[in-house]
Design a protein around this ligand. Sequence first.
Ligand code: F6R
Length: 261
Amino acid sequence: MEIIIQPTPPEGSIIAARIIAKLVRTKPDCVLGLATGSTPIPTYRELVRMHREEGLDFSKVTTFNLDEYVGLPPEHPQSYHAFMDEHFFAHVNVPRANIHIPDGMAADIPAECARYEAAIRAAGGIDLQILGIGTDGHIGFNEPTSSLASRTRIKTLTEQTRADNARFFEGDLSKVPFHCITMGVGTIMESRQVLMLAFGANKADAIAEAVEGPITSMNPATVLQMHPVAKCIIDEPAAGALKKTVYYRWVFDHKPDWQRW
Ligand code: F6R
C-alpha cells in the first residue's frame, strides 16, 4: 500500500482529486466508485472546482456508490442519494443515467444487491474506488468480522458506527438506521485501484491496523494490503499511530516524476 501523509485534510484532498482527475482525463469513460461521509467532501469540492475552472469533463464517467441506508428514500436529506447530489452530482456533468447508488427502499433487498453487482460487472468493473474508513476499520459498511470475500448485501451497523454517524442526523442516535446495503469487501477488492482517505486522530488506530497490522476481518480495511494498487492518503493526526512514517515520507519524497499526478 502506498501511504501519503499530508499536513492537513485540504492538502490530502487536493492530491486525491488530482489522482481521480488524471484517471478521468486519460480514460474519459472510466468507472468511479464513490464514498460518502465527511472525509471525501473536500475531494469532491476540488473536483467540482476542476470541472468549473479547468473543464474537467465527467460526461462519459459512470459512478457506483459504496452504500445506502435501508429505509431512507432518495429525497431523505440524510440518504446517500441526497448527500451525493449535494456534494458532487448537482455540480458536475455526470449523466444521471450513469449514476448508480443502491436502492435502500427496494422491496426485495437480495434482488437489489444482485442487480447492483450485475450493473458493476456490466459497466466493466470499477477503475478507481474512493474509500473512507470507519473508526472500527469498516470500508463501505463492511463492519468488523465481515467476510473478506463478501459481495453487495445488507449489513447491520454496529452501535459505534451508528453513534459516529449520529452527527449527520442532528445528533439523534434514534434516527440513524440500523441497516444498509453495502458493496462487499470482495466487490471493493475487484476495483482496479483503491484510494482510501482518512483524516483526524480518531482514525489513527484504524489506519495503523489497516496499514501495518495483520490482515483480519476484525478490521476489514486490512485486506487492502492484498490489493495491488492501493493508495492511502492521510493527514498527520490520522498517521499518529503508524510505525513506519519515516519510510512513507521517504518514498513520497523520492517518487519518480512519471508516477506523480
Ligand atoms: C461511506 C462509507 C463509510 C465511510 C466511513 C467514514 O460511503 O462507506 O465507510 O467512509 O464511515 O466516514 P467519515 O468520512 O464520515 O468519517
